[in-house]
Write a protein that binds this ligand. Structure first.
Ligand SMILES: [Zn+2]
Length: 380
């Protein structure tokens, strides 16, 4: 009966239940008892986990070993961006004007590991593929960051979202705050994704060691889409300005959402421009969203649909690779060759091996079949 009532007005309830998860549980008298037992079991299981080493043999390959300026790889973990609303992928509205004007590769056929951050984020960085991934499996194995660290990279995790989900457990993740960039932190202490740029500029001007920085964006996180971008970047109007989606028209919701994509386009492009101007480092940027979003299709809103019924809107995600000319030269990567691959069906499964291939980390943990750079190196 509860499910029936929910679907009768999913638009309204999904937003409310997202904000107040306890309401769903309150419909079942034994739910708190069951939840407590489940939580205890999960904590007990994860507290006894021994983390297995991944890529014990990881070391810099011949290209990474070459002397020269330090390499700066920026991995942007996007939030709730769905490919359907990226004009780079054919969306009718111009939501990517700035990235379109830059020398980037846009992968148009990428699917996510899960439909929620808690699943997708650890899965993206995990050596496990979606077929093998589980919560404890993720925690039990070192991930991409550990392998990069073993190959000599300094690893940083900067968070403008709800945390690293233990992906950066062996490093020191930091949360972005108003102190990093006051002009990007308004509207009730939350920061928009412009908050990263100043800190990243400073890092790129001072770093002396190969470094990977993960920027964990707030991106397009709903239902309060209008809080994700500055007021003066509200291009598509009228935009829904309440977390109560039932109070907005379908067009107002899409307008607010499209403004978040437009702002992600701007922050990524500004990051690329800044990195390109830093002659003292060898920069590249890899962006992929954690999952998509439903904006009313089939009566669904937001995300988190179980895998068996997850609609494409929640799993088809945008992915961008930008390599500076210096980076392409250092790592012998052929952009034209990679460009031919951008329409292939790929997924979060490819991220682990592709990043290791991109920066030439030599390890048996890298699966060449999943490394998108592998066919585009001379002699491949
Ligand atoms: Zn997410």
């Amino acid at each position: 009966m509860v499910v029936g009532i929910l679907f009768a007005n999913f638009k309204g309830y999904s937003a409310v239940l997202r904000e107040r998860k306890e309401l769903l549980a309150s419909a079942q008298p034994l739910a708190p008892v069951a939840a407590a037992a489940r939580y205890a079991r999960m904590m007990l299981k994860s507290s006894t986990i021994v983390v297995a080493t991944t890529g014990a043999d990881a070391k810099p390959g011949p290209l990474l070993s070459k002397s020269g300026p330090p390499v700066l790889l920026v991995i942007v973990a996007g939030e709730t961006a769905r490919a359907a609303n990226w004009s780079l992928g054919g969306y009718g509205r111009e939501t990517n004007p700035m990235l379109a004007a830059r020398d980037i590769l846009y992968f148009s056929n990428v699917s996510s590991c899960g439909t929620a951050t808690a699943v997708s984020l650890p899965c993206m960085f995990s050596p496990l593929t979606q077929a093998d991934y589980s919560y404890t499996g993720g925690l039990s194995n070192e991930n991409l960051l550990d392998v990069l660290g073993r190959a000599g990279f300094k690893v940083e995790w900067w968070d403008n979202n709800t945390g690293d989900k233990a992906v950066a457990a062996r490093f020191s993740p930091v949360f972005m705050t108003e102190k990093d960039s006051p002009e990007h932190c308004q509207k009730g202490n939350e920061c928009n994704d412009g908050v990263f740029l100043k800190r990243l500029t400073e890092l790129s001007q001072t770093m002396t060691q190969n470094t990977v920085v993960v920027l964990h964006q707030i991106g397009s996180h709903g239902p309060s889409y209008w809080l994700r971008y500055p007021d003066d970047r509200e291009v598509f109007t009228p935009a829904c300005k309440t977390p109560d989606l039932a109070a907005c028209s379908a067009q107002e919701i899409v307008n607010a959402y499209d403004n978040t994509i437009l702002y992600t386009d701007q922050t990524l492009a500004e990051t690329i421009d800044m990195l390109d101007a830093q002659g003292r480092v060898i920069p590249a940027l890899y962006y992929v969203s954690d999952h998509g979003e439903s904006l009313g299709e089939g009566g669904l809103y937001l995300h988190g649909a179980p895998a068996f019924m997850a609609p494409t809107e929640q799993t088809h995600v945008p992915m961008v690779l930008w390599m500076s000319a210096r980076f392409r030269e250092r790592f012998a990567l052929d952009q034209a060759c990679l460009a031919k691959e951008t329409g292939n069906a790929v997924s979060h499964d490819n991220m682990f091996s592709t990043v290791l291939g991109l920066v030439d980390v030599s390890t048996t943990a890298r699966n060449p079949a999943l490394d998108l750079t592998a066919p585009c190196r001379p002699g491949a």
